[in-house]
Design a protein. Sequence first.
Length: 142
Amino acid sequence: MMSEAHTVRLTIPSKFDYVACARSIIVGAVEARSSLVAERLEDLMWVVSEAVTNAIEANLVTDPEEVVEIRCDIEPGRVKLSVADAGPGLPESTEIQDVSSAARLDREGAIGLPLMKHLSDDLSYSSDMSGTVINLELRQTG
């Protein structure tokens, strides 16, 4: 078991081909540090995929040349993930629904935030016209 924090930072282009790359690097780094058990690693895999995909989609709306910034702080039994985009921001009225309610919505992308909230222990975000930052935390015991 590790005894100190470790940080991974990635900057990726706003291209969907890079989602799997970001996921592999983040999950691989967490696995190498033995910070989470296998079940929580799977949750992290989904959370990284959803957050990075949402960030790429947001950047494509405003400027496809913008990048996605990813930071992952790995601590014993805890992972903090931050994903930032330069998209148009979330609507002010964004309320994160329960994942089962979101699954019934009849629109593309409706399940991303609810799924991230469901799989993580803590989710917060800041958003304005210059972009969105999603902050998530996963702990050893979810």
